[in-house]
Design a protein around this ligand. Structure first.
Ligand code: GDP
Ligand code: MG
Length: 176
């Protein structure tokens, strides 16, 4: 890798309040922090040790405003995490729109990047509005990956999503 570690950019998108910032902080620090500024957008960096290979992962925790341009993350990202909350059906509809926009952008630019549809907040099972089967069916329709997660419990859920995306991007770039 020419002496410098491979660097991968992952953008996290989705409706307000679905847990984009919570998932970002969970991935970076393994901790769950309850409250964030809902208007905050930022990029965070984490080093991953993969079989003694140092990978640098940059995470963009997005926050779309009415006038914000999706090009900022569409052009930047090597992979996309589209989040909805399993407790909020509206956010599931919004997630569909996000994945469709991402897919359309990638097609127009002849790019192939992994996209994951992620149903978050599964610790709030009693408030569930979107079944796992519905999430899975949408991912089949949109031809993307699908996971359900929680930022509030074990780190494994979050780790699984990011490991998979990093593996796919790495394979795409380096063929291993
Ligand atoms: P964002 O607008 O998508 O960045 O959403 P935030 O990360 O700010 O989360 C919105 C609210 O949902 C906050 O009060 C979080 O503490 C809460 N939250 C986020 N993820 C989870 C989760 O997995 N489980 C639970 N119970 N609450 C969550
Ligand atoms: Mg946020």
């Amino acid at each position: 890798f020419n002496g410098s570690p491979p660097e991968y950019n992952i953008a996290i998108v989705g409706a307000l309040g679905v847990g984009k910032s919570a998932l970002t902080v969970k991935y970076i620090t393994k901790r769950f922090i309850m409250e964030y500024d809902p208007d905050l957008e930022g990029t965070y960096t984490k080093h991953e040790d993969w079989d003694n290979l140092d990978l640098v992962v940059h995470l963009m925790d997005t926050c779309d405003k009415e006038d914000s341009d999706p090009a900022r993350y569409l052009k930047w990202a090597d992979a996309f995490v589209t989040v909805y909350s399993i407790t909020n059906r509206q956010s599931f509809e919004t997630a569909r729109e996000y994945v469709e926009n991402i897919t359309q952008f990638l097609k127009q630019n002849s790019r192939d990047c992994p996209v994951a549809l992620v149903g978050n907040k599964i610790d709030l099972e009693r408030y569930r509005q979107v079944s796992k089967a519905e999430g899975s069916a949408l991912s089949v329709e949109l031809e993307c990956l699908f996971y359900e997660t929680t930022a509030a419990e074990e780190y494994d859920y979050v780790a699984t999503v990011f490991s998979r995306l990093i593996t796919e991007v790495h394979a795409e770039k380096y063929g291993v």
